[in-house]
Write a protein that binds this ligand. Structure first.
Ligand code: ISL
Length: 569
């Protein structure tokens, strides 16, 4: 267990800078704001902070569209401010991980400005330029080189009149995809990554890294995707985990990390990744990444129409999915564990009860997640049990995915339907400002916040929770400490129990002679957990109802109760 990598015992905290803490009253969070809150992070006890993009950016996709990888956006401060933040976190023993967005740049990045300027530009081939579909008028409807849909609605190709060709953008038209087939692109990215490591950062979270290798036919063309309505198609078989993906990721690790001393963390964000592919990404001998974010569990409540067609979660589906990933990465490789990030709705609103049982369900969900085998990620505000935004009108939304979908879907869905879908699933649900205290704008800003603060901040806020040992915050703090102190939590074997139970989540962890039983009631009613009688009288390691309880089998669980029991085998 001493040999297990440091990140098996670590918990990562994600900061989404524009919503974390504003220091200058412009309504947008910034780096000097982060400095005001490092003690919150230290008290929570996290080991790593991952910053969503701070780089210079036109902010079309809130910084995931980067125009200069080696500078900080003035919105957030300066490189010197970032150095101070890194030093302040390091001084508290907290590592710093940067978001690495290299599937695409901003269209305002110098590389793309050159690339689009002429077919003879030395950087022309740094992006995916293609002519109109054979026999079609360039720029005409349907003349795109392939039928691929972009993640943010509409075609994934943009026609550029200057040179009469199209460029590929899997995300917004202001996020052109880099051509990783070109070795100069790869070397430029690796040099930039080394520059950040030299500056003192401790690793990278790699945005859509499984999309960097695309399928290219011998004639240079890209294949069409399947289509249901004869319009846009699904190109993902040709850009997710493409033919050279593992070669590129291994090359990146070699070129960037070889010969460096230190404790680093690399995590690939890999939408749509299969378990088999995640094994390849994370087997240590292959030298690719330490872990990946997989997306299976956060797709379980998507309907046939995708994320904006939400369904009720079936707990048995969640257990089947997590169980498969736990065993699939048990022998080799590693899981990352997350409920929330800046792209997902708030977990307490999604699969808990953000009304009467908010504290109980938020702490139950936290307990179940953190007791799995893997590295847990806490998204800012999750440790406070922050809820979805509960917006009631379209004009409250800012997210490009939501707004582009709205523009397109209004033609075939009612406003009421769309408002309900966004209230459940929009990315802005997780992006409202962190609720620090009960004052106007929640202590986030003295100005007008870029996205409305949730009015429930008068009750749900960090100041109140710091002072309350029963709070969601202190429960997260205890879970993080438990992972640090208990090797069985970090690296113990995982066994799923009660796979057919629709109400209770149950599993064990075991290491040497120590065994833990983890139970979570996913409902607002009392439930019985039919577990092995050996657990009778087992002591409680952590629970979310603060009373001493003597455990009888079957275990009676109160609404949203979480229990972790310990025994010696
Ligand atoms: O949130 C999503 C849409 O529902 C995901 O499909 C998301 O777009 C995908 O996981 C990639 O996300 C990452 O790259 C995007 C950026 O918009 C996201 O914020 C980022 O996490 C493009 O850089």
């Amino acid at each position: 267990q001493e040999n297990a990598p440091w990140w098996t015992r670590a918990v990562v905290y994600q900061v989404y800078p524009r919503s974390f803490q504003d220091s200058d009253g412009d309504g947008v969070g910034d780096l000097r704001g982060v400095l005001q809150r490092v003690d919150h992070l230290a008290e929570l006890g996290v080991d790593v902070v991952w910053f969503s993009p701070l780089y210079r950016s036109p902010q079309d996709d809130n910084g995931y569209d980067i125009s200069d990888y080696e500078d900080v956006d003035p919105l957030f401060g300066t490189l010197a401010d970032l150095d101070e933040v890194i030093a302040a976190l390091h001084a508290r023993g907290i590592k710093v991980v940067m978001d690495l967005v290299v599937n695409h740049t901003s269209d305002e990045h110098a590389w793309f400005v050159g690339s689009r300027s002429s077919k003879d530009d030395p950087r022309r081939d740094w992006y995916w330029w293609r002519p109109a579909r054979h026999g079609m008028e360039p720029g005409a409807p349907g003349a795109e080189p392939t039928n691929w849909a972009s993640f943010f609605s509409g075609p994934a190709w943009e026609y550029d009149e200057a040179t009469g060709e199209y460029y590929l953008h899997l995300f917004s038209r202001k996020q052109p995809d880099l051509n990783w087939e070109n070795p100069q692109v790869r070397q430029a990215v690796y040099a930039m990554m080394r520059w950040w490591l030299d500056r003192g950062v401790d690793g990278f979270r790699m945005d859509v890294i499984n999309a960097i290798s695309k399928v290219v036919r011998e004639d240079g063309s890209l294949p069409d995707g399947l289509t249901h309505d004869g319009r846009l198609g699904d190109g993902s078989p040709y850009y997710l985990s493409g033919p050279r993906i593992h070669e590129f990721v291994a090359e990146m690790r070699r070129e960037v990390f070889a010969g460096r001393e230190g404790a680093f963390l690399t995590v690939g964000e890999t939408p749509g990744v299969t378990l088999e592919d995640a094994q390849l990404f994370t087997e240590p001998e292959r030298g690719e990444v330490d872990m990946v974010f997989q997306f299976e569990h956060v797709g379980l409540d998507h309907g046939p129409g995708g994320k904006f067609d939400p369904r009720r979660l079936r707990l048995t589906d969640l257990k089947a999915s997590f169980g498969r990933w736990q065993s699939g990465l048990a022998e080799s490789g590693w899981n990352s564990l997350y409920w929330d990030n800046h792209d997902q709705p708030r977990i307490v609103s999604r699969w808990g009860d953000d009304g009467a049982y908010r504290r109980e369900s938020a702490t139950m969900l936290a307990t179940v997640l953190h007791l799995h085998r893997g590295t847990p990620y806490v998204y800012q505000g999750e440790e406070l049990g922050m809820t979805n935004a509960h917006f009631t009108s379209f004009d409250q939304y800012r997210d490009i995915e939501t707004l582009n979908y709205l523009a397109e879907a209004r033609a075939y869905r009612t406003d009421d339907e769309l408002l309900a879908a966004f209230a459940a699933m929009s990315r802005d649900n997780a992006r409202t400002p962190v609720q620090w205290d009960a004052s106007p704008h929640a202590g986030f800003t003295t100005g007008e916040p870029w996205l409305p603060v949730n009015p429930n901040h008068v009750e749900i806020n960090a100041a109140a929770q710091h002072a309350d040992p029963r709070s969601v915050f202190h429960h997260y703090r205890r879970l993080i400490a438990l992972r640090h102190d208990e090797p069985v939590v970090a690296i113990g074997d995982f066994t799923m129990l009660l796979p057919d139970d629709e109400h209770v989540y149950a599993f064990t962890r075991a290491l040497d002679d120590v065994e833990l039983l983890v139970l979570g009631n996913f409902t607002s009613d009392e439930r019985l957990a039919l577990v092995d009688p050996v657990w009778t009288d087992a002591p409680v390691v952590i629970g979310n109802y603060d009373d001493d309880r003597v455990v009888e089998v079957p275990v009676r669980l109160r609404p949203w109760e979480a229990l972790v029991l310990r025994r010696t085998r």
